[in-house]
Design a protein around this ligand. Structure first.
Ligand code: ATP
Length: 329
């Protein structure tokens, strides 16, 4: 049922690295806005589009059949110009020209820092966390994480089959920027021999060599080493293993395949819930908020407060990992 709101028209954009589920979030923002009688404008190419006035009209039908699609129908970008005051002023001028009462940005923590600057120019803003890294401090979950983790697990399972056949060592680099959440999760799901995450620092002898040795002593003849991209180079780790143990590791950098693909049910549902709450926050006259999943519920909190918290790796998960590694599978 539609509700009265002073908010008549909002803009939605995707920004930063793409993540599976962004389309589901766009759809949800548009449909939740329509439900409330609010018009929705899609801003293309992230903050660049806000600066240049690159937009499309969206309605309930224009976001049909995208809930199951990876990528983002609005395209995404990293905008150097938006980092400048001039760029932010141009973006705010576009909002004024189009009569936008608020902006929903779907992206990572960089995109939220951008929102803070945009709000200083008088624009109401709400952020929806979407990044495969799951590194946004204030929320238990970010859109894209589940799909990316499943993509990595599937790829590693395939690698494991061939590593097992040839009794080899595999070193796999997973994404995550400076965070190890994805690597830790994937390591637990694949039964890795060793997992390297930036939060714990890397002692090559202790964390790699000793783990492989323990696995070999336990009878294993193939080894799976998972490296978070922020913890070091998989190529260098592979070379080190060759030098110290005489093994001939195969190195795989999963890279951008982790960013694409059909979003999982979890990502679609989280994106749909978050998009709905973002519109609700704007309709209630709120600004400078980020939508967060906290203990199963959606809440909105102040963006700066959210960005100032420090997210550490799950100590409980890491403790379990310590007990499981060095054995393989
Ligand atoms: P991901 O981490 O998944 O790639 P992200 O949103 O963190 O996503 P960034 O490239 O860090 O990606 O940020 C996206 C965009 O947000 C930047 O290209 C820039 O336009 C804007 N932005 C980031 N930080 C700031 C800032 N401090 N001030 C103004 N704009 C910013």
């Amino acid at each position: 049922m539609a509700q009265d709101s002073k908010v008549k028209r909002i803009g939605v954009l995707t920004s930063g690295g793409d993540a599976p589920g962004m389309n589901a979030a766009i759809r949800s923002v548009v449909r939740a806005a329509t439900f409330r009688g609010i018009e929705c404008i899609g801003i293309r190419r992230g903050y660049n589009g806000l600066i240049s006035g690159d937009f499309i009209q969206l309605n309930a039908e224009s976001v049909a059949h995208i809930i199951n699609r990876g990528g983002t129908m609005l395209y995404t970008a990293r905008s150097e110009e938006f980092r400048t005051l001039e760029g932010q002023q141009k973006a705010a001028a576009t909002c004024k020209l189009l009569g936008l009462d608020g902006i929903v940005a779907i992206g990572g923590d960089g995109s939220f820092r951008g929102l803070v600057e945009l709000s200083k120019q008088g624009v109401s803003v709400v952020g929806v966390p979407a990044t495969i890294d799951n590194d946004i401090v204030c929320t238990d979950y970010t859109i894209g994480y589940d799909t990316a983790a499943n993509t990595a697990v599937e790829a590693i399972d395939r690698l494991r089959d061939t590593m097992q056949s040839h009794e080899r060592c595999s070193v796999v680099e997973v994404m995550g920027r400076n965070a190890g959440h994805l690597a830790l999760y994937v390591g637990l799901a694949t039964g890795a021999t060793a997992v390297l995450v930036p939060e714990k620092g890397v002692d090559f002898e202790r964390d790699v060599i000793e783990r492989i040795r323990a696995a070999r002593l336990a009878g294993n003849t193939h080894f799976m080493i998972i490296v978070a991209e922020g913890a070091g180079s998989a190529i260098e780790i592979g070379k080190g293993i060759h030098e110290e143990l005489g093994l001939d590791p195969r190195v795989t950098i999963l890279g951008h395949i982790q960013r694409g693909g059909t979003p999982s049910a979890r990502d679609r549902v989280m994106a749909t819930r978050m998009g709905y709450h973002a519109v609700q926050a704007l309709a209630e006259g709120k600004t400078n908020r980020v939508i967060c999943a906290q203990q199963g519920k959606m809440v909105d909190i102040d963006i700066l407060e959210g960005l100032s918290m420090k997210k550490t790796i799950s100590e409980q998960q890491y403790e379990v990992l310590e007990a499981m590694t060095g054995i393989d599978s």
